[in-house]
Design a binder for this molecule. Structure first.
Ligand code: CU
Length: 263
């Protein structure tokens, strides 16, 4: 009996709440602020943020750079020919000439909760060229298109093994083949490999916002158009792990942050 009464009361409350929320389409909100309805937050266009800030810095590797690992491509004569006798080094741990690290995925890991951002309309390309992924590490927003292309005159297969997204595994036997994929959920990082060429490995960082970067030949990064605030910045490297730092960026300001991955 008590349960029934409670259920009825809950239903009545829900009906009142629904009525309060309106849903009357074109009806203007009641004057005087009596409405308690909270509209869903509109997706933010980062380009329109007033007085945006920037977080920039570098990913340092202290200590002696290890010898690059020379890849053995002989499993596929095409791959050997594609590099015309040159040595191809693994991309797993690449230390730049200025003692910084390449292929680090740097992203806003915390501080944007409750904010939704517009999707990225442009596709990002993941190539397979000379039996190597290009780029080795990339970042995308959720639902952003990743166009996976075979640039080689040989068979590749593309095997993505996420933990929070739908995986895929397909063959691209012909040069020029192209397949679009998306990832619906944030996940740092998703490994992609080729089962034909065991040295081929790529990583995709998927986040719900546009605030990420991948370090290149100078180990630097810059994340722009941020609302002023305090953020947790994550820096992920495939063999050295992930580090975090809290960074506060002022309106129109630039906050500098350095990560040290050396031993
Ligand atoms: Cu391959």
């Amino acid at each position: 009996m008590h349960k029934k009464t409670l259920a009825a009361a809950t239903a009545a409350f829900a009906a009142v709440a629904l009525a309060a929320c309106g849903g009357g389409g074109d009806e203007a909100p009641a004057a005087g602020g009596s409405s308690t309805a909270t509209p869903a937050a509109a997706a933010i266009d980062p380009a329109t943020i007033a007085d945006p800030g920037t977080i920039s810095g570098s990913i340092n590797f202290g200590g002696d750079a290890p010898e690059g690992q020379v890849l053995q491509l002989a499993a596929d004569p095409f791959c050997v020919t594609a590099h015309a006798g040159e040595e191809v080094l693994a991309q797993r741990l690449v230390v730049n000439d200025n003692d910084t690290l390449r292929y680090v995925f740097v992203y806003v890991k915390g501080g944007l909760e409750g904010q939704a951002f517009i999707g990225a309309s442009e596709a990002v390309t993941l190539g397979q060229a000379g039996c190597m992924y290009d780029p080795h590490v990339l970042g995308v927003q959720t639902d952003q298109t990743v166009t996976i292309v075979n640039n080689d005159d040989t068979l590749h297969n593309v095997n993505a093994q996420p933990s929070s997204n739908q995986g895929f595994n397909f063959a691209q036997p012909v040069k020029g083949m192209s397949t679009d994929q998306t990832f619906a959920n944030a996940e740092v990082m998703i490994p992609i490999k080729c089962d034909v060429h065991p040295w081929m490995q790529a990583f995709v960082g998927v986040v719900e916002h546009p605030y990420f970067a991948v370090t290149g030949e100078d180990g630097s990064f810059s994340i722009t158009n941020l609302p002023a605030g305090t953020y947790t910045i994550g820096a992920w490297h495939e063999s050295l792990g992930e580090q975090e730092q809290s960074v506060t960026v002022e309106a129109n300001g630039t906050a500098e942050v350095t990560f040290d991955f050396g031993s």
